[in-house]
Design a protein around this ligand. Structure first.
Ligand code: AMP
Length: 312
């Protein structure tokens, strides 16, 4: 029996299924989580299916989260999507269920769960969920609501089919999803659009990005600067990909200071492998897109020194 068959067997066996995703969600976290929830609701209307993890703020055009009591976890199947390690699962009650399944596309450094399906070749976790649907046409029934979410997750993680992880298969899956009745162009606009404050900060990024002779780039965004622009740390996700548009950049790191003084670190690359740097600084992620944490400016400088090295 394949892992996917085992996962379907578990899904069929449980009456209550609670689906989690990672903290600080992006469109793929929500797309894979709620896309799976909607797919299962449509396929098994008699089951109780929940998507949990707390408020999702700027992504609320995609979905709203369910709230469940601790009691609901008793005898439930729990599935975590798009989440590489247990500390990153949003809502730590994931461990209160009967069985835990991991479905993810990040490197499997933390092989948690009773059952796990990890495909690091997939562009996104949403692509994996769509693959799962296509494997079982007799059991799983897609609808427009689920298709919209999964399509949103795919365009979110591939930068609308721009990044390396986009494969012919990604495009085939996206085409399959696009055949359902939802407004794909409107969804693309919603994912791409930024507030005026983020647009102003984008100007700052382009003006102030430091790029070395090998294409390694960095920018530190202090909490004072964020305050000046009227933005929270979570609202800065829209600027992370911007340095990639500059022809001279090869890999870049953005440091965004948290209110308590530490830094959220966003690493991106057009070629050099950067997730080893992230792992060395309390983070992780994909070879070309990773996140980490720095305790102070000295650690930021250290991370940029490491980035410069891999760009040489
Ligand atoms: P970000 O820069 O926060 O958008 O993250 C880029 C990628 O790295 C995403 O796939 C995240 O799931 C992953 N990532 C970010 N922060 C961490 C972390 N602290 N630990 C492990 N993976 C992370």
């Amino acid at each position: 029996m394949s892992v996917q068959e085992e996962i379907l067997k578990e899904i069929k066996a449980y009456q209550t299924i609670i689906i989690h995703r990672h903290k600080n969600p992006d469109p793929d976290a929500i797309g894979s989580q709620v896309g799976l929830a909607e797919l299962l609701k449509n396929s098994f209307p008699e089951k109780k299916i929940y998507a949990v993890g707390g408020p999702i703020n700027d992504l609320d055009y995609l979905a709203t989260m369910d709230e469940v009591s601790d009691e609901t976890y008793k005898g439930a199947l729990v599935i975590a999507t798009d989440t590489a390690d247990t500390p990153r699962i949003s809502d730590e009650r994931y461990s209160l269920g009967d069985r835990l399944i991991k479905i993810d596309h990040h490197p499997n450094d933390d092989a948690y769960g009773d059952l796990l399906f990890v495909n690091t070749n997939a562009s996104s976790c949403s692509e994996i969920i769509a693959d799962f649907w296509r494997l079982f046409p007799e059991d799983l029934f897609m609808n427009a609501k689920a298709a919209r979410l999964l399509y949103g997750g795919i365009i979110g993680d591939t930068g609308r089919f721009l990044y390396d992880a986009t494969s012919p298969h990604t495009l085939e899956i996206a085409a399959n999803l696009m055949r359902f009745e939802f407004d794909a162009a409107e969804l693309s606009r919603q994912i791409e659009q930024v507030s005026r404050d983020v647009a102003r900060l984008s100007g700052y990024v382009y003006e102030n990005l430091e790029i070395d002779e090998n294409g390694a780039a960095q920018l530190i965004i202090s909490k004072e600067l964020l305050e000046e622009y009227g933005l929270t740390v979570a609202q800065t996700s829209g600027i992370v990909s911007l340095p990639g548009k500059i022809e001279d950049t090869k890999a870049w790191v953005l440091f965004v200071q948290n209110p308590e003084g530490t830094y959220r670190v966003h690493l991106r690359s057009k070629g050099p492998i950067i997730n080893e740097i992230a792992k060395a600084h309390h983070g992780g992620g994909h070879p070309l897109a990773s996140g980490a944490n720095a305790k102070d400016k000295a650690e930021c400088h250290q991370i940029f020194a490491e980035l410069k090295k891999v760009c040489q």
